[in-house]
Design a protein around this ligand. Structure first.
Ligand SMILES: [Zn+2]
Length: 172
């Protein structure tokens, strides 16, 4: 059993980014930050993740410009966040561990306790690597943002319909 479960009731939310609309709710969700970090999270990019460091820095910079802060970036990480099943206190970026489903490019699991985010993991599939905006989009989930189905918005769940519109996302 994972250690953070001892803290109490933990909410686990999984959000997928896809190429085509499958298994997505039809209704337009309200754009509302559902949870947030108490302190800037460390970012761990696992050793087996085929993504350049500058690409990760660019994606973090995307959110930093909106007023979010991150802790140290650990690239080629080989700690238990990458080798085990630890989530706590970090945003971990890794290849998918299980099959994510047809057309699914990436998935973020966000763990929260009350409205505080305790850990998050971004899993990117082979199909997802090298595609623009995926990491920016998934980082949005790790910061507590849900999907927002406005064409051109970074939180749109369908990659071909996503873009760099950041309406409503500024950290105030
Ligand atoms: Zn998503």
């Amino acid at each position: 059993m994972l250690s953070w479960i001892k803290f109490g009731v933990v909410t686990v939310l999984s959000l997928a980014m896809v190429l085509v609309p499958v298994n997505l709710p039809a209704t337009q969700p309200k754009l509302e930050q559902l949870a947030e970090w108490k302190a800037p999270p460390v970012v761990r990019v696992c050793y087996n993740t085929p993504i350049f460091k500058y690409k990760v820095e660019e994606a973090l910079g995307f959110w930093e410009k909106l007023g979010y802060k991150f802790g140290t970036l650990s690239y080629e990480d080989n700690t238990e966040w990458c080798t085990g099943d630890t989530y706590f206190g970090a945003i971990t970026i890794m290849p998918n561990r299980e099959y994510l489903g047809t057309g699914t490019l990436a998935l973020t699991r966000r763990h929260t306790y009350n409205k505080i985010i305790t850990g998050a993991r971004i899993e990117i599939s082979n199909q997802g690597f090298g595609k623009e905006l995926i990491l920016e989009h998934e980082l949005g989930h790790t910061l507590g943002w849900p999907h927002y189905r406005i064409e051109g918005h970074i939180m749109h769940p369908i990659l071909p319909k996503a873009g760099i519109n950041v309406f409503g996302l500024k950290n105030t």
